[in-house]
Design a protein around this ligand. Structure first.
Ligand SMILES: C[S@@+](CC[C@H](N)C(=O)[O-])C[C@H]1O[C@@H](n2cnc3c(N)ncnc32)[C@H](O)[C@@H]1O
Length: 392
């Protein structure tokens, strides 16, 4: 049975011809009424389709609170200090950060202002209510990535947890040494089908050229996803933050790995009901009811941040980031609190997943900043091992 997002996609194809996969993904996830991320259902929760680290346990936010607090200290405690969160959902991460700061008796708790950016109006309404009852002052929430004209820049911390992997990607395949772009069409029988056409934008060739200068090469027949939206996102962050840190945590890898032998078919993945599906037709099933993601290219992210005037402090795994932020001692605190067996069990299983390199522990964490010296390393990077360091 067709869904409202699928109807909108079909109507656009019928009116204008085949659309780039990036446009298909933008509508499947963000269509105003039928998109995966615009409806009333809470997606990244136990009852939803996948579980993100902030929704898993507040200990994740308590650990990040320490990284945010360190940045604030290194900037000589600006007041206010704004937590800018992209893809804020219902504000679970920000609330856990605030609670962590209060538990640590950090005076940052009183200087913190929250500026969420979230396209889902249902989540935003929930977030506003939760922030008010927690006593967290809100800056004007935003629903898109368009930086408002005349908006003031802030001192603060920009967070993006499992946000960039949801930005639409252009899918390309290399044939006879040249990129062909995956488009989506409707067959005479009425099926949605992929079609390889010439690239829809010169930005594809420009990104491939930039990747080549980093040593990333593409084989004949290889499929790859390119997130051209990274440029606009970094520009938005640069226009937002005058001083502070940028912390991105996501599925991802440096370009040499992301576009290397292990991922010759790309990294496109869908999630529904806690089941991951990487089969080629998965994005075209239950359109608008299934998450679609692709790994973040952390090399391009770091390059763009550097070009926008940020100092790239480094990249590591989520597990190492959390250990550097003091997860072990936070665990002790949580263990003492978790008096009933169910809470203790929840904590234990959450920590396993947060640190497991095959699960959330293997996520990439990129730290950049403005106005903060790269040495000594920020605490989130202090435990970087050979695994955490990118092999560019
Ligand atoms: C995978 S969820 C992660 C939510 C939260 N960061 C977490 O870790 O639990 C992605 C979030 O980003 C939001 N989102 C996706 N695309 C967006 C966009 N272009 N602008 C603002 N928010 C967006 C979605 O509505 C959703 O709340």
């Amino acid at each position: 049975m067709s869904t409202p997002a699928e109807d909108a996609i079909r109507a656009e194809i019928v009116a204008h011809g085949p659309i780039p996969f990036a446009r298909f993904m933008a509508l499947a996830l963000g269509h105003a009424t039928g998109g995966y991320y615009t409806g009333p259902r809470a997606r990244p929760t136990r009852g939803g389709d996948f579980l993100t680290a902030p929704e898993l346990h507040p200990v994740f936010g308590a650990a990040l609170a320490r990284q945010v607090a360190e940045a604030w200290e290194r900037l000589a405690r600006p007041d206010p200090f704004t937590l800018v969160e992209y893809g804020a959902g219902a504000g679970t991460l920000a609330l856990a950060i605030l609670a962590g700061l209060r538990d640590d008796r950090s005076p940052l708790a009183d200087a913190l202002v929250y500026a969420p950016i979230e396209l889902n109006p249902h989540r935003l309404a929930e977030l506003e209510e939760r922030a008010a009852s927690a006593g967290l002052p809100l800056a004007a929430p935003r629903t898109d990535l368009v930086h408002p004209d005349g908006a003031v820049q802030v001192a603060g911390a920009v967070l993006a947890n499992e946000f960039l992997d949801a930005l639409p990607v252009h899918a390309v395949e290399i044939h006879e040494g040249r990129p062909r772009e995956v488009h989506v069409c409707v067959t005479p029988a009425g099926e949605l089908e992929e079609l390889l056409l010439a690239p829809s934008t010169p930005a594809i060739a420009a990104r491939l050229d930039a990747l080549a200068t980093c040593g990333a090469t593409f084989e004949e027949g290889q499929r790859a996803e390119l997130c051209l939206g990274l440029d606009g996102w970094v520009a938005d962050v640069a226009a937002t933050l005058s001083s502070g840190i940028v912390l991105v945590i996501d599925y991802g890898a440096p370009a040499l790995r992301l576009y290397g032998p292990r991922h010759r078919a790309g990294t496109l993945m869908t999630y529904r009901g806690h089941a991951a599906d990487a089969s080629p037709d998965a994005p075209y099933r239950d359109i608008g009811e299934r998450d679609i993601t692709a790994h973040v290219d952390t090399t391009t992210l770091a390059r763009l941040l550097d070009a926008a005037g940020f100092d790239v402090h480094g990249e590591t795994t989520q597990a190492e980031l959390l250990v550097g932020c003091g997860l072990e001692d936070l665990l002790e605190r949580e263990r003492i609190r978790a008096v009933d067996p169910a809470a203790a069990l929840l904590l234990r299983s959450a920590v396993m997943r947060l640190l497991d390199p095959r699960h959330l522990g293997g996520f990439r964490a990129v730290l950049a900043g403005r106005g903060i010296h790269v040495a000594p390393p920020l605490r989130g990077l202090a435990y970087r091992s050979a695994v955490g360091r990118p092999r560019y």
